[in-house]
Design a protein around this ligand. Structure first.
Ligand code: E4P
Length: 218
């Protein structure tokens, strides 16, 4: 399973990248705003900085909601750096824009996906990634991981090439359950990635080994 980090924070991207396990980054307009990045020029510059840090799979989201606007933005974003993946929302014009991008060799990530039906449309339109938001599904009292299982199963039935990118991850267990469900990618906050490291028996065991080693040196 690929690991993406779900942030526009350069410090956090660096920390995850330094671990050596990072395969990409997802951003969205809310994450960009959280970092205080304002104005088109600064936003585009920020995407380039992230691309230069990570080198692959950097999702940058369009703001337009009509076909022409989305295509115009997709052209502009994809020209920034070869690592850019254009994030397009699952709406009617979004499906058309996904297909246009697929026909014109622009990589895409279909975002705001909450059902298997939407995921089928994204795959049919040739999206490279589909992003089911599992945390938000859980928040609305449905099972987000079950949605991942369902999409992975359907894509397997037809050999769709679209990669299932589990998004809106809230905790380390989400990552493990998405891996079990066969997600191709998980995009996670740094805290969830780091949470995978934690086990009290590792800490207790290491402490014991170090104490015993100290005794053998005495
Ligand atoms: C990633 O592509 C999504 O934009 C993100 O995971 C959404 O996460 P949230 O539900 O925590 O905002």
């Amino acid at each position: 399973m690929k690991f993406f980090i779900d942030t526009a924070n350069l410090q956090q991207i660096k920390e995850a990248n330094d671990l050596g396990i990072l395969d990409g980054v997802t951003t969205n307009p809310s994450l960009m705003a959280k970092e205080g990045i304002k104005g088109e020029e600064n936003i585009l510059k920020h995407y380039v900085t992230i691309c230069e840090m990570v080198g692959k799979n950097v999702s940058a989201e369009v703001i337009s909601t009509d076909f022409d606007g989305m295509v115009k933005e997709a052209k502009k974003l994809s020209a920034l750096h070869p690592a850019i993946v254009v994030k397009i929302p699952m709406i009617k014009d979004g499906v058309k824009a996904l297909k246009w991008c697929s026909d014109n060799n622009i990589k895409t990530n279909c975002t705001l996906v909450f059902s298997a039906g939407q995921a089928i449309l994204a795959a049919k339109a040739g999206a490279n990634f589909v992003s089911p938001f599992i945390g938000r599904v859980d928040d609305s009292n449905w099972d987000g991981v079950q949605l991942i299982e369902q999409i992975v199963h359907i894509y397997g039935n037809y050999g769709y090439k679209t990669e299932v990118l589990a998004a809106s991850i809230r905790n380390p267990l989400h990552i493990v359950r998405c891996a079990e469900a066969g997600a191709d990618v998980c995009t996670c906050p740094l805290s969830s990635i780091m949470g995978l490291l934690k086990h009290p028996l590792t800490d207790i065991g290491l402490q014991q080994f170090l104490e015993d080693h100290k005794k053998s040196q005495a």
